[in-house]
Design a protein around this ligand. Structure first.
Ligand code: NAP
Length: 394
């Protein structure tokens, strides 16, 4: 027998149907103090309850943004995770960075991308459609603008293989991550092009977007935000807080993040960027599938002449927002308020959020590389994620 969840319109009613069908009880999935109106009407179909994830806080982390009048601020970071040792690790990285005067961050808004694919038949069709697009940018920008008060078409890159023409459209979506907005605007644009040229759009998404897949095009052209963060950790902070030296950490970085990643054919030349991004994304209502893009980050380590450590990260595919999607849910909204950036602010909140993500990723990279250099990774996980705080054999 199969359940038709649509016959019951309430969350608890659907849950009862499921409990009855499977002869199980789901008291915890059913227990939440949060009003489910927004979640069940905007975020989740067939909703039967809540999955609750522990939320920890790391910090403070001192961040100096090269934007926003070069403001220096201390942040506490909300991290939702079930990986014991993750929050402690980020916390240690934050401590070392803050003891070193903080991290400097910069960002560039690249925009949310959608790439409709058209059937142009052959090279003649390719030429015709590409010329049309280049000559009619203003009309296409108007199509996008008509779909939203917060969405504008920034640019288009053209990609052709045989009969398939991909228009990689890039949108400024202000404080929203923007994938619904981009998809709506792209639909309006492709329909206009179809009407004007006669070329048929096969799909509003032709994967050159590239949404929720690790991809070279996003790493090279950027997607969402491109974010840089760096820090110099003095020798004495390395020894006192991170229990290592710049040279030892550098050797781990070179053998792991660079050489090991090349041997593995990995698109991420980093220690654990996805780990930190996932915890921040879940806490703050981002789309967790966009961790794929953030996993392709690059970490660079260098030993300074005085044996201090220079460490930097670059994330080229960071899709974040402070309005829209899951950011409107009660606990996610509160997590954003810990960062002081809940809601819309003419695009400034999403940009600052992207920079905070970059800074926390740097803290995670610093801490894990130090732990590996010190040889304490297994010990920390046994102590913190298995609850065995007494000494171990490691
Ligand atoms: P959204 O919630 O669909 O749209 C954002 C809304 O916020 C718009 O209605 C916009 O208004 C409004 N808004 C108010 N103030 C704003 C401000 N300062 N900046 C920007 N917008 C503001 O959110 P979205 O970011 O476009 O889409 C996120 C959702 O898309 C997530 O749930 C994600 O999982 C999902 N997603 C969808 C696709 C897809 O293909 N559709 C792909 C991946 C992910 P106006 O537009 O009315 O002006």
């Amino acid at each position: 027998m199969s359940i038709n969840f649509r016959t019951n319109k309430s969350v608890s009613g659907r849950r009862r149907l499921l409990e009855k069908e499977l002869t199980i009880d789901l008291p915890n999935i059913g227990s939440s103090a949060i009003d489910d109106t927004i979640a069940r009407t905007r975020n989740c179909e067939n909703m039967v309850g809540w999955t609750q994830i522990p939320l920890g806080v790391a910090g403070p982390l001192t961040i100096t943004s090269m934007n926003d009048e070069r403001l220096t601020m201390n942040y506490y970071l909300p991290l939702a995770t079930t990986e014991g040792a993750l929050v402690a690790s980020v916390n240690r990285g934050c401590k070392a960075i803050t003891q070193s005067g903080g991290t400097t961050v910069d960002s560039e808004r690249v925009g949310a991308t959608r790439a409709p694919v058209f059937d142009v038949k052959n090279v003649t069709g390719k030429k015709k459609l590409e010329e049309y697009v280049r000559r009619n940018m203003k009309a296409l920008q108007k199509c996008a603008q008509e779909t939203s008060g917060h969405c504008s078409l920034r640019g288009i890159t053209l990609h052709n293989v045989g009969p398939y023409e991909y228009l990689r459209l890039s949108f400024d979506t202000q404080d929203a991550m923007g994938m619904n907005m981009a998809t709506i605007a792209a639909t309006s644009i492709y329909r206009y092009i179809e009407a004007q040229t006669g070329f048929r759009c096969i799909s509003v998404s032709g994967n050159v977007c590239a949404d929720k897949k690790p991809s070279a095009i996003n790493t090279i052209l950027g997607r969402g935000f491109r974010v840089w963060a760096d820090v110099v950790i003095p020798k004495k902070v390395l020894m006192a807080t991170l229990k290592t030296t710049a040279q030892n950490l550098y050797e781990v970085w070179m053998s792991k993040c660079m050489t090991g990643s090349v041997v593995a054919g990995s698109m991420g030349h980093n220690a654990q960027t996805a780990n930190i991004v996932a915890a921040l994304f879940i806490a703050t209502g981002q789309d967790p599938a966009h961790v794929t893009g953030a996993s392709c980050g690059t970490t660079i380590a260098r030993v300074e002449d005085n044996e201090d450590l220079y460490l930097s990260i670059l994330l080229s595919d960071l899709m974040v927002g402070t309005v829209g999607g899951g950011t409107g849910l009660a606990t996610q909204k509160e997590a954003l308020s810990i960062l002081g950036i809940s809601g819309g602010n003419n695009g400034k909140n999403s940009k600052l959020f992207a920079e905070i993500v970059g800074a926390v990723v740097l803290a995670g990279e610093l801490s894990l590389l130090s732990s590996l250099a010190e040889g304490s990774l297994a010990k920390a996980h046994v102590a913190l994620s298995r609850g065995k705080l007494q000494s171990t054999k490691f």
